[in-house]
Ligand binder design. Structure first.
Ligand code: SAM
Length: 209
């Protein structure tokens, strides 16, 4: 999964994306994911790899939302779905995202860690821009930790990677060495996808500061 080819892949996928991913099953799974977190009045949200804005339907009007994506074609569709939401859409590489001193109360990583070239960099950057005590919401497909995917899954991955997503990533390997505390993690969509609610893990020194 190269970021350089992702732009081309998602240019082709953009007009088909909502048809493929906007079905009831996925909407329900997204709704389930967002029901796990609290978005307070005035909170700032960052949607990393916002895509066509399929998450917008689950976001409140009282939050200030930023969405970034590498693909101008996906962003163009997201732009049409903003409605009354307070959303700022930016073309940005998630691996090198830069918000200067801005931080976010909630960072959403839906179907992005399986797509970017270096998912660990995206997770690390997300922690950098997460407000103290903020929440990370992740909805994606990961393999069972420390288990080699079976032959069928490895074969299928050649096809899905060519289209734009790697189905064989291990979340524990991605988060390895990063200060992340998992609050909730469970399977959804017939066990094929995972919902994760996480926070930054603080040391005693961080807390007493
Ligand atoms: C599978 S789609 C998920 C979109 C959306 N989050 C959702 O849940 O429907 C993956 C998105 O990641 C974007 N993407 C791929 N590589 C990226 C990168 N390095 N930085 C930011 N966005 C990237 C693609 O353009 C695409 O819109």
């Amino acid at each position: 999964m190269k970021n350089s080819t992702n732009v081309t892949k998602y240019k082709v996928l953009a007009p088909l994306y909502d048809m493929l991913m906007g079905n009831r099953l996925f909407r329900k799974a997204r709704q389930q994911a967002f029901s796990e977190i609290r978005i307070n009045r005035g909170d700032s949200l960052l949607l990393v790899g916002v895509g066509t804005g399929e998450d917008f339907a689950f976001l409140p009007h009282h939050a200030s939302i930023t969405g970034i994506d590498l693909s101008p074609d996906m962003l163009r569709i997201a732009e049409t779905k903003k409605g009354q939401l307070d959303i700022n859409l930016l073309q940005m590489n998630a691996e090198t995202m830069d918000f200067s001193t801005q931080k976010f109360n909630v960072i959403v990583l839906n179907l992005i860690l399986s797509v970017v070239e270096h998912p660990e960099k995206v997770l690390e950057k997300s922690l950098k821009y997460l407000e103290h005590g903020g929440t990370l919401l992740i909805f994606d497909k990961f393999v069972e930790s420390n288990k080699k995917p079976n032959l069928l899954r490895r074969g299928l991955n050649i096809v899905t990677s060519a289209i734009g997503t790697d189905i064989n990533r291990d979340f524990n390997a991605i988060k390895n060495g990063l200060p992340i505390e998992i609050h909730k993690q469970y399977q959804t969509v017939y066990g094929l996808y995972t919902i994760i609610v996480a926070r930054e893990k603080y040391t005693t020194n961080d807390i007493s500061e």
